[in-house]
Design a binder for this molecule. Structure first.
Ligand code: GDP
Ligand code: ZN
Length: 291
């Protein structure tokens, strides 16, 4: 008998896979050791010898994230805060660009809203409104807004992204207390100080899909991305650019630029300026490549 399964984690020549509602430890065919098998892979498992379930082959992948190494990621839940740690929209936009570039959907989650003025949460929602990215405001501390995430995660593979301390683990615990993930300063100190490379582990959230609580997007530079690709990673720029006078407009100093003309309506000033910063960075990468 063979069945399709989802790989949750891989270590020491074994894969933990989910088949239906069960989780099994499987060995895998030797050739897969070399060609690679990743968390998130859909695989075919054979059950010929009881107790020796074997991953026979990996089904074609929709996408692959490199760091963290996960296959078939549907979406990134980009968690950020406006206090503790302070607001860092350039970082949020950098992550959304990398996720979009990797073919991964973006969901934004402003966490720790208990620490900020409701007006500030509203303003941040407006900054992202033209992007069309789904936007959630939560407090993992008091539970506000957290339930809204569950249906968004359901039936999908989601990677948690965002800077350390924004509350990713606490959000997951709040969605499913049985996960019991370590939160707070102590766990971070241990994992940093001892240079433990955390293995990517896909977690099943009760009634809410599969989530990778991975260190996540540890490499954040844009090397290899072209200016045009950058614009395409801003959904509002991608749609506005159809109105630019020049095809291939970079929305910098060109006349008749529909993106620049739409600042404050079709694109927020914050988003346009992060685009310009990332654009400048890409030019730097390109210069370096040809030096
Ligand atoms: P991670 O590094 O992103 O996984 O962040 P953690 O989940 O470890 O949370 C970092 C710290 O922020 C912990 O002390 C949490 O208790 C705290 N925290 C998480 N969510 C909230 C929240 O919504 N409000 C407040 N006030 N604190 C929170
Ligand atoms: Zn333009």
């Amino acid at each position: 008998m063979v069945l399709e399964a989802l790989v949750l984690s891989v270590a020491g020549g074994y894969a933990r896979v989910r088949v239906g509602g069960d989780v099994l430890l499987c060995q895998f065919r030797g050739r897969l050791r070399r060609s690679g098998i990743l968390p998130g892979d859909r695989v075919v498992v054979s059950f010929e010898v009881p107790g020796q379930e074997t991953v026979e082959r990996v089904l074609p992948r929709g996408n692959v994230l490199k760091r963290p190494a996960i296959a078939n990621v549907d979406q990134a839940l980009v968690v950020f805060t406006a206090s503790e740690p302070p607001l860092n929209l350039p970082l949020v936009d950098r992550i959304t660009v990398l996720a979009t570039h990797a073919g991964v959907g973006v969901i934004l989650c402003l966490n720790k809203v208990d620490l900020i003025d409701p007006g500030e949460a509203l303003r941040l929602g407006q900054v992202y409104q033209p992007s069309g990215f789904p936007f959630f405001a939560t407090s993992a501390l008091i539970g506000d807004g957290v339930e809204g995430l569950r249906p968004v995660l359901e039936g999908r593979v989601t990677v948690m992204a965002g800077q350390s301390g924004v509350g990713k683990s606490r959000l997951l615990n709040s969605l499913d207390p049985s996960l019991s993930l370590a939160t707070g300063a102590l766990s971070r100190k241990i994992s940093r100080g001892k240079h433990i490379t955390r293995r990517v582990e896909l977690l099943q959230v009760q009634g809410g899909g599969i989530v990778a609580d991975a260190p996540g997007f540890s490499r954040l530079d844009l090397e290899g991305m072209s200016p045009g690709e950058l614009g395409d990673c801003y959904p509002e720029i991608r749609s506005l650019s159809a109105g630019c006078r020049f095809t291939g407009c970079h929305h910098q100093k060109e006349p008749g630029c529909a993106v620049k003309e739409s600042i404050g309506s079709g694109i927020s000033l914050e988003r346009y300026s992060s685009y310009c910063d990332l654009f400048a960075e890409i030019l730097e990468w390109e210069k370096r490549r040809y030096e």
